[in-house]
Design a protein around this ligand. Structure first.
Ligand code: NAI
Length: 330
């Protein structure tokens, strides 16, 4: 039986993890979940939000499904998410955003894949307080990491029959750091003659995304722009409740939704498990369980088409009712 690490997170994490595990279980696929608690709840007993055992479990099992984990703002421990990505060198964050059946949005022709660099930029954690009134954060960009993510984006485009890879920067202002990212893209792009190229500044991208999302295909971005733009593209397809994601490195893969722990709806049986479920579907494809992945995806789409959905999508189904409906359609 395949062993997979499950980080069930905090906030809405445990509710949506339970839903997804139940659905996979109902599909008949046997997975031995190696459940690893992480985040705020384990700090009192283990002194850190990301104990060594969590990393060891992923290193052993190679694949993990991860629900969101809270990061306190402005104080305390470094983000579990950032730390995991860094420690396991999960350098590519892939966030596909495609319209879902029966989920009404302003546009019905969105099919964008955000490929976000996951290990450096302003997330490198190099910050210091200069004095009481001044603080600074370093935006770290290296050629090695930039070329690696651009190559990943082009390879993804080739493998998934996409037409174009567009690089997103603010190289007109940050001429050295974003300039290096852009230069790395141009170097790598030469190896992919059949893929169309495009270069765009991040502010212009945001404007065009909310007017003409259909003109974009694969986007490759440094870490911070990727984080922000992928929430925007999530909004184009129905919001954070449906936006899936994956963190991929040379050795390991951690599948997790774009959204956070949603403390405002925690414990209310309201959360939409779709984003985590679609992340799990990608995980199943990654481990070559294509048939099961397809059946779960079909059952989800049938449920949405039948009008059953959670409050974030305008419906009135609870997390458990939505989950049961998917299970009934499996
Ligand atoms: P959030 O994504 O948790 O919530 C933003 C809004 O979207 C909220 O109104 C929430 O109720 C709604 N929402 C999110 N997921 C939903 C779902 N599945 N179903 C229905 N509604 C949903 O973002 P926020 O509030 O900025 O962050 C909360 C915490 O999560 C913070 O501590 C943050 O650091 C952490 N976070 C963790 C991530 C991770 O573990 N990968 C990613 C992003 C944030």
């Amino acid at each position: 039986m395949r062993i997979i690490t499950l980080i069930n997170g905090d906030g809405i994490g445990p509710e949506i993890s339970e839903a997804v595990v139940k659905i996979i279980d109902a599909s008949g696929l046997k997975i031995d979940w190696d459940v690893q608690a992480a985040g705020e709840d384990v700090i009192p007993s283990e002194g850190t939000p990301i104990p060594e055992r969590v990393l060891k479990s992923i290193q052993k099992n190679k694949v993990a499904l991860k629900a969101p984990v809270t990061t306190p703002i402005g104080k305390g421990f470094r983000s579990v998410n950032v730390q995991l990505r860094k420690e396991l060198d999960l350098f590519a964050n892939i966030r596909p955003c495609k319209n879902l059946p029966a989920v009404k949005t302003r546009f019905d022709n969105v099919d964008i894949v955000v490929v976000r660099e996951n290990t450096e930029d302003l997330y490198a954690g190099i910050e210091r307080k200069v004095n009481d009134d001044t603080a600074e954060s370093i935006k770290l960009i290296t050629r090695q990491a930039s070329e690696r993510i651009c190559r990943f984006a082009f390879d993804y485009a080739v493998k998934n029959s996409r037409n174009e890879v567009c690089v997103v920067t603010k190289a007109n202002i940050m001429k050295l750091s974003d300039g290096l990212f852009l230069d790395s893209y141009r170097t790598v792009a030469k190896d992919y003659p059949d893929i169309k190229k495009k270069e765009i500044l991040v502010d212009n991208l945001c404007m065009q995304l909310v007017q003409h999302p259909e003109i974009f295909d694969v986007l490759v971005l440094p870490n911070l722009y990727g984080d922000i733009v992928s929430d925007l593209t999530a909004g184009l397809i129905g919001g954070l409740g449906v936006a899936q994601g994956a963190n991929i490195g040379a050795g390991y893969a951690v599948f997790e939704p774009v959204h956070g722990s949603a403390p405002d709806i925690k414990g209310q049986n309201k959360a939409n498990p779709t984003a985590l479920l679609l992340s799990a579907v990608e995980m199943l494809k990654y481990i070559n369980e294509f048939e099961c992945a397809k059946r779960i995806e079909d059952a989800l789409f049938k449920t949405l088409k039948s009008g059953v959905c959670t409050a974030d999508l305008g419906g009135n189904a609870s997390t458990s009712e939505f989950t049961d409906s998917i299970i009934n359609k499996l």
